[in-house]
Design a protein around this ligand. Structure first.
Ligand code: ASP
Length: 306
């Protein structure tokens, strides 16, 4: 099996006319670095889970994306993060939501998957679990990004919640899917959610079946977009089901879900997908999606616009 990895850094109103050349270069470089980190693990016969984690950690550590460092501000001016990960070989999964100050939420999700008997931990309990497993914490300052702060100031104190990628044309949730040399699939997603969110709002990213899903029998999926619509459409699992029960190809299943079902309901966004044969799909119904794939160190792609 020839291993490969696919990543995204968020989808939405990303227009070429609104991004400077330097920004474009910076985004593409960050995507390439994440691909390289994940692919290095795959080519050393590492697991799809470890490759997905390494790629997402790289994106979480980069302030350009709305995950880990650079996460959006919630209504209280804090960073509340969500993440999930799933392994396609035995359907094991780990997820966390509403977590603060954890440096790499995806590592916490993976730790939940591998070192607890649970799948989904929230808030304070998830943080206690993270401390018990000696995961890295950072102060609020570490997560601060001036652009996200200005985004929040504009709607602070109002009832408005915005997608990181709505008016400001900026995206950010990150994700990765991979196929390793042993034929195993994995998927992971990490996000700061929506700017000015409150009441403990949770999007699709940490929800297995909605924002993330992996099954060796079908495919691995990581989503980005308007979380509420992705939850209602159970997007990631729906694609797997269309393949499993209807025998559709990865591309056809992705087309139906992203370009028909989601569009009909006004669900803006996209996803990355890989199937057990190594086919790759990166569909989105928005103006752009930060995305990329790597099949060997000199066979890779990084793209932003449609
Ligand atoms: N899907 C994420 C959420 O709703 C947002 C995003 O993809 O940027 O929390």
């Amino acid at each position: 099996m020839f291993p490969r990895i696919v990543i995204h850094g968020g989808a939405g109103t990303i227009l070429k006319t609104e991004i400077t050349t330097e920004k474009e270069v910076a985004y593409k470089l960050a995507l390439k670095e994440a691909l390289q980190k994940g692919f290095a693990i795959l080519s050393a016969k590492g697991s799809a889970i470890d490759a997905v984690t390494a790629a997402i950690v790289s994106l979480e550590d980069c302030p350009l994306f709305n995950a880990g460092k650079g996460s959006v501000f919630n209504a209280e001016g804090r960073h509340e993060m969500d993440a999930s990960i799933m392994s396609g070989d035995n359907l094991s999964a780990g997820a966390i939501t509403g977590v603060m100050n954890v440096k790499n939420p995806i590592v916490l999700a993976k730790t939940v998957m591998q070192q607890s008997e649970h799948v989904f931990l929230m808030g304070e309990g998830a943080e206690i679990f993270a401390r018990k497993h000696e995961l890295k914490f950072e102060l609020d300052d570490y997560f601060y990004d001036e652009f996200r702060y200005q985004q929040w100031l504009k709607i602070k104190g109002t009832d408005t919640i915005t997608l990181d990628h709505s008016k400001e044309k900026k995206f950010g949730t990150v994700g990765a899917v991979a196929l390793d040399a042993f034929g195993n699939l994995a998927a992971g997603t990490s996000t700061g959610g929506m700017t000015n969110k409150r009441y403990g709002r949770v999007g699709d990213s940490p929800i297995i079946g909605a924002g993330t899903y992996a099954n060796n029998a079908t495919c691995a999926i990581s989503c980005t977009g308007h979380g509420e619509l992705f939850i209602r459409n159970v997007v990631a699992y729906d694609i797997s089901c269309l393949m499993e029960y209807k025998g559709l190809s990865l591309h056809e299943a992705c087309r139906i879900v992203v370009h028909e079902k989601l569009v009909k309901m006004g669900g803006e966004g996209g996803l990355i997908a890989i199937d057990a044969q190594g086919n790759i799909a990166l569909p989105f119904n928005s103006d752009g999606m930060y995305r990329g794939w790597m099949r060997s160190t000199d066979d890779f792609l990084t793209e932003i616009y449609s």
